[in-house]
Design a protein around this ligand. Structure first.
Ligand code: FES
Length: 252
């Protein structure tokens, strides 16, 4: 019989970690599905769908694991996930972020992920606007985290394109504007022992097919390739100010 020694142990540990994460996500989905079943008219079959993508460890520009305590409350950071060209907002709030029930443009209901980290307050959302797919580029960004206006939460994600506004404390639901659905949520896992973060998948309305189709030529110019490349084992976190040279301020 062939033995596999250390490599098998490592694989087993990884599988156990993946199983634990999967069980956690299923528990969250089951709780919300139960609530829907008791209270809602929409079908429960699509509840809690998770789009799994390869795990990526969040790291700094030198490749060192990024730690949750490096985030600043109410400030946007960005990383690329699940592809090297698809940007994601990473935001820590001062208070716990709880899951909420939202619906995609295609009428699929889902539970937004709860916040992670020591205060259960760290969330991540795809930075591709759900309206016409504007996104932060290295040169300029029209979509960003800004102060909320009158009657709004303290922070909103605002896309200057056509003034879609999203609430990052409520799963990036649409507050105003023409966006037909919330920003897709990016699932995070936090390791309490190391304070490290992994991105592991998405939930909600992914826009990646339309994004890569629409911007094939632009991405080729910006990144040298229009192909979808998975983020890989690690993805670099940057403050918003470093990710894009110019952040457009836009009035409502
Ligand atoms: S592209 Fe963002 S609101 Fe139109």
């Amino acid at each position: 019989m062939l033995g596999c020694g250390t490599s098998c142990s490592v694989t087993r540990v990884q599988m156990n970690a993946d199983d634990a994460a999967r069980r956690d996500l299923m528990r969250q989905a089951a709780c919300v599905a139960g609530a829907w079943a008791a209270s809602s008219v929409l079908p429960v079959a699509a509840a809690g769908d998770v789009q799994r993508h390869p795990r990526s460890l969040l790291v700094d520009a030198l490749g060192r694991p990024w730690q949750a305590r490096q985030l600043k409350y109410g400030e946007a950071f960005l990383f690329n996930y699940p592809y090297t060209a698809s940007p994601v907002f990473l935001i820590a709030f001062e208070r716990e972020v709880k899951p909420v029930e939202l619906v995609t443009e295609g009428k699929q209901r889902y539970a937004t992920p709860a916040g992670v980290g020591p205060n259960k307050s760290i969330v991540a959302f795809s930075a591709i606007c759900a309206h016409k797919l504007m996104y932060p580029t290295p040169a300029i960004s029209f979509i960003g985290l800004r102060s909320g206006g009158r009657g709004e939460p303290a922070h909103v994600i605002h896309c200057c394109g056509d003034n879609s506004r999203y609430d990052p404390l409520q799963g990036a639901r649409v507050l105003a504007g023409p966006a037909p659905q919330p920003l897709a949520a990016v699932l995070l896992e936090w390791d309490a022992g190391t304070d490290q973060l992994h991105a592991v998948g998405t939930r909600g309305g992914e826009m990646f097919d339309a994004f890569f189709e629409k911007y094939a030529m632009k991405l080729e110019l910006e990144t040298g390739s229009s192909l979808r490349k998975a983020s890989g084992a690690t993805t670099v976190v940057q403050p918003a100010a470093s990710y894009s040279k110019q952040w457009r301020s836009c009035s409502v």
